[in-house]
Design a protein around this ligand. Structure first.
Ligand code: GDP
Length: 295
């Protein structure tokens, strides 16, 4: 994960090796490299610039007060700033409501169906909940089949209504089914398209309005970098979602999405997907992620 970024940051800190103290010149040189590393990782230009400005201010301000070597100090400051940028403390998922309703949004292929299964499995095993999965993709019969396969795999019930072309009606029927059958969490998987379009946005906005979920999650493929950030913005404008799920972090992802998404949409990343299997899900911890990035 983020190998390229980690390597480049490591090289940036080497600039300070052998220097006894922080100076404006060696800080500027180091941060130029840090900024380059962030841009190469597909972090947006403005965010990368603000990031290095903040670190610079702190580095020059703290110089006298610290006993750390310049290199160690810079690693610490970059780590703290990355943690801050990715979201501070880890946030949970809202499970109030009887049942708690969780709506999944995102583009086709982002990993919504897979993550719906992972989340159901996580809630079932870790939180002893009784989830229900609801298939609201009315365009792709294969998507409904896929959710049933996932449900069978993890032993979670799946509600679908194959002939029905109204996602709002399916979602509402799913919630009624959950109430009648003692399910205390309903996870609604929706249709995504390959790119943001008005029809998809209207459809998910209608489902959102009708069912008033406790938690609306936006699922995004971390491999898509800046596109991930732009898509997040488009969905957030319409849904004002509660959290982000970053998938495919097991791949050769550059890191831009993980680093910039929080500051662009001001919503926390809640979980990450780290593989295709149902147990490849982790709660997102910004400080752990920053540590991983810095190696
Ligand atoms: P949807 O169209 O948004 O429902 O996306 P899917 O859940 O069908 O996922 C699309 C593809 O990405 C599938 O082949 C999944 O197995 C794969 N996938 C989903 N999440 C992850 C992940 O965290 N890591 C990896 N490597 N693959 C994933």
């Amino acid at each position: 994960m983020f190998n390229n970024l980690s390597e480049k940051l490591d090289k940036a800190f080497h600039v300070l090796k052998g220097h006894g103290q922080i100076t404006e010149i060696n800080v500027a040189e180091t941060l130029k490299e840090v900024r380059r590393a962030l841009l190469d990782a597909d972090v947006n230009f403005k965010i990368a610039k603000e990031f290095t400005n903040k670190v610079k201010e702190k580095a020059l301000g703290q110089n006298v007060l610290t006993s750390l070597q310049p290199g160690q100090l810079m690693v610490k400051l970059v780590k703290d700033e990355l943690t801050e940028l990715m979201g501070g403390d880890a946030e949970g998922i809202n499970l109030s409501g009887t049942p708690s309703i969780i709506l999944m949004s995102g583009l086709q292929g982002s990993g919504k169906t897979t993550f719906s299964g992972k989340l159901a499995n996580y809630l079932k095993t870790k939180k002893t909940k009784k989830p229900l999965l609801v298939a609201c993709d009315v365009y792709r019969p294969a998507a409904i089949d896929q959710l049933h396969v996932v449900g069978d795999q993890i032993g979670v019930d799946v509600f679908s209504d194959r002939g029905n072309t109204d996602p709002v009606a399916i979602a509402e029927a799913g919630i009624a089914y959950a109430k009648a059958n003692g399910h205390n969490v309903v996870i609604i998987d929706t249709a995504g398209r390959l790119a943001v379009d008005e029809e998809m946005m209207n459809e998910i906005a209608n489902v959102h309005k009708a069912i008033k979920p406790q938690e609306t999650l936006f699922v995004v493929d971390s491999m898509t970098g800046q596109d991930a950030v732009n898509t997040a913005k488009a969905f957030n404008d319409v849904l004002n979602f509660d959290g982000v799920i970053l998938t495919k972090l097991d791949g050769d992802t550059r890191g831009g999405a993980a680093i910039s998404i929080k500051s662009v949409v001001t919503k926390p990343i809640k979980f990450i997907g780290t593989g295709e299997k149902m147990d490849a899900i982790d709660v997102f911890h910004p400080s752990r992620m920053a540590e991983r990035i810095l190696g």
